[in-house]
Write a protein that binds this ligand. Structure first.
Ligand code: NAP
Length: 347
């Protein structure tokens, strides 16, 4: 059956997730990183279309350079009565150049001003170190100012994040781009614990150890690049990278369901229990990404096939954040990818 393009999805039909602090959020959200390919206005227009189509969760970040445009869209959807503020979950992130003492409040206030909001629902630390790169950066050597992760540095940022909750500017806190190794070091020190962890998860890179760790510590994994980020910046590509949409297991299941492999990525994520935040500026794509969570579910057998299809192949490597003494981008991830490989081989 051919569907009308603007056929909306009932937000009540979209799976919901309960966070460890009691907040309820949608089981799928809309990404807003234009990947250096789409202008802020284009991304904001897509956010407008997405909210009208039924999305109720947005993943924003100061670093994406489009919060002002998205703020105009938010003001518009509230004014038009498309949605009320309390029906929308807005997540945003502290960028790496605002880790200093006193910076976090300034950064949060700027995001709130740009987004035209009184509070955000989840405020995350984008990367666990203050290593900065300019938007659209290409890889030309290492930044001499870049430093490895330090518990002390991270916790000085986290203390400032906690104060934002106390001040009512932020409903809850999140982390991003952490590993089990890092979480083990900082979680016992948190007065207010993170309710979400945003990391790369897709059928190509499933992160089972990190996923299980989060689930057993009351932290909901939010999956960035849930489609395998086919159009990610060149700085994050390497020869031999797996193309998620080309995985035979994924293609076969997509064929059975008569859908695009993108829909299988989303269905798999939602049925596994983490929250995907796919990005697209195309109405046909972002509406389908939402709709596919409400119908034609994957069978247990298909879920199992996809579980076994994990390539443990990280796509977003973060090379641009490397400090001088680091041996490779794997150091950013504490060597956990290799340990997962060993476990897979041993199993
Ligand atoms: N916390 C972090 O450090 C971090 C890092 C990366 C991303 N993120 C967040 O995660 C979001 C998503 O990640 P991402 O943008 O890297 O990757 P992604 O969502 O895996 O991939 C996005 C691309 O997939 C294609 N796509 C989406 N839906 C499709 C569909 N239904 N059919 C066919 N193709 C489809 C689109 O390509 P075309 O544009 O060519 O159509 C789109 O550009 C970002 O927007 C951002 O909000 C966070």
């Amino acid at each position: 059956m051919r569907r009308m393009l603007m056929e909306n999805v009932d937000p009540a039909a979209v799976p919901q997730r309960k966070l460890s602090n009691g907040m309820i959020i949608p089981g799928i959200g809309m990404g807003t990183f234009g990947n250096d390919r789409y202008a802020p206005r284009e991304v904001a227009d897509a956010v407008y279309g997405a909210i009208k189509a039924g999305y109720r969760l947005l993943d924003c970040a100061a670093a994406y350079g489009n919060e002002r445009d998205i703020g105009q869209v938010l003001a518009r959807v509230f004014a038009e009565g498309v949605v009320q503020r309390q029906e929308l979950t807005v997540m945003t992130k502290l960028w790496n150049d605002m880790h200093g003492k006193g910076d976090v409040l300034v950064a949060c206030a700027k995001s709130l001003r740009d987004l035209k909001l009184d509070y955000v629902d989840v405020y995350m630390v984008h990367w666990p170190f203050p290593n900065y790169h300019a938007p659209g950066a290409v890889l030309t050597g290492r930044n001499p100012d870049a430093v490895p992760f330090s518990v002390e540095e991270y916790m000085s940022v986290w203390r400032q994040m906690e104060r934002l909750v106390d001040m009512g500017l932020v409903r809850s806190l999140g982390m991003s781009n952490m590993t089990v190794t890092k979480l083990e070091q900082v979680l016992p020190l948190c007065r207010i614990r993170p309710v979400v962890l945003e990391v790369e998860i897709n059928p190509t890179f499933q992160q089972p150890a990190l996923f299980d760790y989060c689930m057993s510590h009351g932290i909901l994994p939010v999956a960035y690049s849930p489609m395998g980020s086919p159009c990610r910046p060149e700085r994050d590509t390497e020869e031999g990278d797996v193309v998620t949409f080309e995985m035979p297991e994924l293609k076969e299941i997509a064929e059975t369901h008569g859908c695009h492999p993108a829909s299988v990525c989303v269905k798999w994520a939602v049925q596994r229990g983490h929250v995907p935040i796919p990005f697209s500026v195309y109405e046909k794509e972002y509406v389908e990404n939402l709709r596919c969570t409400t119908e034609d579910f994957l069978t247990e057998e298909e879920m199992d096939t996809l579980k076994r299809a994990d390539r443990n192949a990280r796509l977003i490597k973060g090379k641009v954040f490397l400090w001088e003494e680091a041996e490779s981008w794997r150091d950013i991830w504490d060597g956990e990818d290799e340990r997962n490989n060993c476990k897979t081989t041993e199993a």
